[in-house]
Design a protein around this ligand. Structure first.
Ligand SMILES: Cc1cc2nc3c(=O)[nH]c(=O)nc-3n(C[C@H](O)[C@H](O)[C@H](O)COP(=O)(O)OP(=O)(O)OC[C@H]3O[C@@H](n4cnc5c(N)ncnc54)[C@H](O)[C@@H]3O)c2cc1C
Length: 247
């Protein structure tokens, strides 16, 4: 598949291209599909870090359709990993619904990186939804003693049974997607304000990892930065998808 100008621009930034071979599929929930792949030399060439994501190239009636997905259970020795797809409308989701073992998909690695803030945070706040559960799970493996407060937005009741690898020291709150995401934004911002009032300047010892729908992610980031004055180096925010609905 031709990747037009997007592929050329990524090359300028040092992108590496790979072909992934699908080896199997597993339905994790009614709206969530796990696809197992052999990544060839991807893991050996690029290494692995928490929240690591790759760009997959889907075919959209002959046109390239590039979307980001997160590595799940990477096995560096075997060169294999999985990809979890939240199922909704869309070319990527449709591909996951239909793909079978033996098929291949092209992938590009460029742009993914991960660092915990220095000095190490005393607490973590993670905000996402099914699309970012793979990244949240990988993040939880490196938090050590740092407790995490996790908010997850859901659109379908069974999403609440998706595997979140929270530890005993973590709390998980599921929030229904309502009012174009305003409910999640309202609940998270109110809780963060209450936390700031309780801890005073303690907000700047935290780590805020935000990967929900784009407008919601922006609104929570704005609240942290503008209202609560949190240092931007403590915030890692990336809208994982863009809603077409008016908020
Ligand atoms: C760094 C990064 C890592 C990501 N990792 C994952 C991952 O591991 N698993 C995963 O499922 N997603 C992940 N995403 C999100 C994924 O890239 C988007 O959801 C993408 O839009 C899906 O493409 P699509 O072709 O299926 O739908 P699109 O063509 O982009 O959108 C079609 C329609 O579906 C809606 N839509 C798109 N995504 C969602 C969603 N997540 N929930 C509800 N409605 C949606 C859109 O609003 C639109 O109306 C990641 C995103 C980023 C930025």
């Amino acid at each position: 598949m031709k990747r037009s100008w997007e592929g050329a621009v990524l090359k300028v930034f040092g992108a590496k291209d790979f072909s992934l071979a699908v080896t199997g599929r597993e339905q994790i929930g009614p709206q969530f599909m796990r696809i197992h792949v052999d990544g060839g030399s991807l893991l050996a060439d690029c290494g692995v870090h928490p929240t690591m994501w790759i760009r997959l190239w889907f075919d959209d009636n002959g046109k390239p359709h590039q979307r980001a997905f997160t590595l799940v259970n990477p096995d560096a020795a075997a060169g294999t990993f999985s990809l979890d797809f939240a199922l909704h409308e869309g070319r990527a989701a449709d591909w996951a619904r239909a793909v079978q073992a033996g098929e291949t998909i092209e992938a590009t690695v460029q742009g993914s990186k991960f660092d915990l803030p220095d000095p190490a945070p005393t607490a973590a706040v993670l905000v996402g939804d099914p699309a970012s559960i793979p990244a949240i799970n990988s993040l939880l493996t490196v938090l050590g003693d740092i407790p995490a407060t996790i908010w997850l937005e859901y659109s379908h009741d069974p999403d609440r049974s998706l595997p979140v690898h929270a530890r005993a020291r973590d709390t998980v709150s599921w929030v229904p997607r309502q009012d174009g995401g305003d409910r999640l934004v309202g609940e998270v911002c109110a809780a963060l304000t209450a936390r700031a009032e309780a801890t005073g300047a303690g907000m700047d010892t935290g780590y805020y990892w935000l990967a929900a729908e784009a407008a919601s992610t922006r609104a929570i980031t704005r609240h942290l930065r503008k209202t609560l004055g949190v240092d931007k180096r403590r915030i890692n925010a990336l809208g994982y998808w863009r809603s077409g609905e008016a908020s």
